[in-house]
Design a protein around this ligand. Structure first.
Ligand SMILES: [Zn+2]
Length: 157
């Protein structure tokens, strides 16, 4: 059971968020954030499978819940949305004009969290691989890069 005061607080926060997100494009984007099994994620899984690597998805027991991971080989993959995780220099990493401060604070928190997760995984001996959703457009290049990176970890490099 969630204590009543916290539930009330959560509802108020949800209302505030709703008020902040007014234009349909932004709210559609926000809605996608929490989705699992996105097209990008499925594409990456398919490639890794084709390359003959085994993996698990979800991985809630690892820092940051990597989308795809192999505990034995110690690699963890995050398939990141360019908007939400601020892909540097990417045209998808726009900042909504409305409520700019709110967004900037939110983005900054995401960047800090991503960095902290990567460093915690590193301490646990994991190689962290970030794949940006825009990279899915060129699956041949993506496959080539993943092959190289994952082979290296297979050989213990
Ligand atoms: Zn991007």
């Amino acid at each position: 059971m969630v204590p009543r005061s916290r539930a009330v607080h959560a509802r108020a926060a949800a209302r505030r968020r709703q008020k902040l997100v007014t234009d349909p494009e932004t709210s559609a984007r926000l809605g996608r954030i929490r989705q699992r099994d996105t097209a990008a994620e499925l594409a990456v899984r398919r490639i890794i499978h084709q390359l003959g690597h085994r993996f698990r998805v979800g991985n809630r027991d690892l820092p940051g819940s990597p989308d795809i991971a192999n505990r034995k080989r110690h690699w963890a993959i995050f398939v990141n949305g360019c908007f939400w995780h601020r892909h540097n220099g990417c045209s998808r990493a726009t900042t909504p004009k409305r409520n700019r401060e709110f967004w900037e604070a939110k983005f900054e928190a995401n960047i800090v969290r991503d960095r902290r997760v990567a460093s915690t995984l590193h301490e646990l001996g994991y190689k962290t691989i970030t794949i940006w959703e825009c990279e899915i457009a060129d699956q041949i290049a993506l496959q080539r890069n993943l092959k190289r990176v994952l082979e290296a970890s297979r050989n213990g490099l």
